[in-house]
Structures are given as structure tokens and as C-alpha cells.
Design a protein around this ligand. Structure first.
Ligand code: NAP
Length: 309
């Protein structure tokens, strides 16, 4: 197994990681980015991003990820399709064990993002890929002229439900309350869409099917009434959990697993920075993640410069 020594190692290739790589590359620090499983991060799974500045008509999530990567590589960043699975932050250079071998890093920028939360109801695991999905861009096409349910009341649920209306004959959004977290524009669009229906104060208690999803068992949380709803597909958008398990016990984290950073993106270990959804319980936007990534790289640059002087 090979060992590589780098000045700046970036874990994760979403907006935060690729923005960090761009800034570190322009500071001539030859950063290496380990992509993990998802090049472009969660943003790459989004069909259309309408609120990243500079794209008045919106931009495809995957396309934006490619542009971020191209720009970082243009200035010398190396993007490796490699997965980190163990870190030692107890001494510098930091050690990161990845599929391809071991990295020694003078500074580390953690931008490992977040993973979709599950409902944790019977049938969910068995039916994933057989009608249960967490990615409309990936799987929406399979539901052409079919009945689909979307669970969740946030921006993701609304945005993705609207995307699925391109294919599905109907999209029923099921939400556990009667108020939504989603932004006003998305709510208005969805409520006005002829293919969209809403079932409120309701939770899914079971996913029914063998080879494919056939129906959902539902419960009204106000009345306790139980019912069965026939559907061909279930898309689950009930939030995300930060992908930070690898750093447990080595970095300070919140109870929910977000890495604690100060206003300079510094973690509890000098030389280790965190950016994007791994460290952001508040904003979770492409633009804020990219901003955090840039800030982390600027700070890593200053840290290395201070050491050299
Ligand atoms: P979110 O805002 O945390 O919303 C999660 C939704 O799922 C909430 O409505 C929540 O219900 C519901 N939920 C959670 N656990 C549930 C369960 N076990 N059963 C049923 N429902 C459950 O998550 P998100 O929509 O993924 O958005 C995450 C962040 O990304 C937000 O900050 C959002 O603004 C941002 N985002 C922005 C855009 C955009 O700007 N276009 C697009 C996507 C995401 P309650 O409301 O009752 O808690």
C-alpha cells in the first residue's frame, strides 16, 4: 500500500470540498481531494439548482459539480476517486487511511457532507431499490405514469416532488404535520401543480410489497385513524445526518454529530478544518457550503504560512 504526503488533504467532493480545493490550489498547496462515494456531493443528486448565484436560469446539480471540479483541477487540485475510512488526528502530519493506501496530511479539510435519513419503518430496507428511493434525480424516470408518494415537509421533499411530477401520473406528499418547512416559492408551485396532492398530519407506518412497493400503511397522528394507500413508489426526504462517524472521539461534535467549528472553520484540533453539511446544522445550501469550504482553505493556508515563517 502506498503512502502519500500532502500539504492539504480534502475529504469529500461536494461544493464545500471542491471550493476548498480551488482555494488551496490557487494558494499553490497542491491539494488532494478524496471524493468518497459521491462526486459533487448531495448537490449532484439535485436535478436543478435555482439558488446558486451566477445561474439565473438554474443549473443542473451534476453539471455544477463538474464545473466545480474542472475549476479546482485547472489550478492544480488532484481529485482522487478514493474513499477514506480511518483517520488519526492525534499527531501531525495527520494520517488518513483510504482504499488506495495511506495519506499523511499537514492540514485536513473535512467536507464529508451528510446522508439521507430513513423512516425506519417495516419494509423500508427490503423495498429500497424496489420502489423506495431517496433520490428523485436517480430514480424518478422509473415511475413514468405511476402513482408516487413523497414523505417530508422540507425543501427537499417539495423540490423533489415537483421534479417527479415530470414522470409520475400523481404525486402525493405525505407530511406528519399540517405546516411545512419548505420555502414559500416551492410550496406555492407544489400547491398549484395539477398532479400534486397533500395528505397532512399523517405518517407512514409500513411499506407493503414483495417484488415492488404496492401500498403504504398510514396513520393520522391527530385522529389515530389507520388506512392503506396504494402506490407504486415512495420517495423519502426527511432530512439528513452528518457523515462524521469517522471522526468520533477525535474532534468535538454536537449531540447530532455535526463537527464543531469556530468562525474560521477551525475544529478542536489545530490544522483540521470542517466545512459544508458535516459542520453545518443551520444553512445547508450549496452556496453556504462552498463559502465554508473557501474559508477553510484560506485558514489552512494561513496556518501553513505561519508555520513556515
Ligand atoms: P429538513 O428541512 O430537515 O426537513 C425534513 C422534513 O422531514 C421535515 O418536514 C420533517 O418534519 C420531516 N421529517 C423528519 N423526520 C421524519 C420522520 N421520521 N417521519 C416523517 N417526517 C419526518 O430537511 P431537507 O428538506 O432535506 O432540507 C435540509 C436542508 O437543506 C434545509 O436547510 C433546506 O432548506 C436545505 N435545502 C434547500 C433547498 C433549496 O434551497 N432549494 C433544497 C433542498 C434542501 P417536521 O417539519 O415536522 O420536522
Amino acid at each position: 500500500m502506498s503512502e502519500k504526503h500532502v500539504k492539504v488533504l480534502v475529504l469529500g467532493a461536494g461544493p464545500a470540498g471542491l471550493a476548498a480545493a480551488l482555494y488551496a490550489a490557487r494558494a499553490e498547496l497542491n491539494p488532494v481531494v478524496l471524493t468518497g462515494m459521491q462526486l459533487g456531493g448531495q448537490a449532484a443528486l439535485t436535478h436543478l439548482i435555482e439558488n446558486y448565484p451566477g445561474f439565473p436560469e438554474g443549473v443542473g446539480g451534476a453539471q455544477l459539480g463538474e464545473l466545480f471540479q474542472k475549476q479546482a483541477e485547472h489550478f492544480g487540485a488532484k481529485v482522487e476517486f478514493d474513499m477514506a475510512h480511518e483517520v488519526d488526528l492525534s499527531k501531525r502530519p495527520f494520517t488518513v487511511k483510504a482504499d488506495s493506501g495511506e495519506y499523511k496530511a499537514d492540514t485536513l479539510i473535512i467536507s464529508t457532507g451528510a446522508n439521507a435519513l430513513h423512516l425506519n419503518v417495516p419494509g423500508e430496507v427490503e423495498m429500497t431499490g424496489r420502489g423506495v428511493s431517496y433520490c428523485a434525480t436517480c430514480d424518478g424516470w422509473f415511475f413514468k405514469d405511476k402513482k408516487v408518494v413523497v414523505v417530508g415537509g422540507g425543501d427537499s421533499a417539495f423540490e423533489e416532488a415537483l421534479f417527479i411530477t415530470r414522470y409520475a401520473s400523481s404525486v402525493t406528499l405525505i407530511h406528519r404535520r399540517d405546516e411545512f418547512r419548505a420555502g414559500a416559492i416551492l410550496q406555492k408551485r407544489a400547491k398549484e401543480h395539477p398532479k400534486m396532492n397533500f395528505t397532512l398530519n399523517t405518517v407512514v407506518t409500513e411499506i407493503v410489497g414483495k417484488e415492488a412497493v404496492k401500498a403504504l400503511k398510514l396513520k393520522n397522528v391527530k385522529t389515530g385513524e389507520e388506512s392503506t394507500f396504494e402506490t407504486d413508489g415512495l420517495f423519502i426526504f426527511v432530512g439528513h445526518t452528518p457523515n462524521t462517524q469517522m471522526f468520533k472521539g477525535q474532534l468535538e461534535m454536537s449531540d447530532l454529530g455535526f463537527i464543531k467549528v469556530n468562525d474560521k472553520m477551525e475544529t478542536s484540533v489545530p490544522g483540521v478544518y470542517a466545512a459544508g453539511e458535516a459542520a453545518d446544522p443551520h444553512f445547508k445550501q450549496v452556496v453556504t457550503s462552498a463559502g465554508m469550504g473557501a474559508a477553510a482553505a484560506i485558514q489552512a493556508t494561513r496556518f501553513l504560512e505561519a508555520e513556515e515563517s
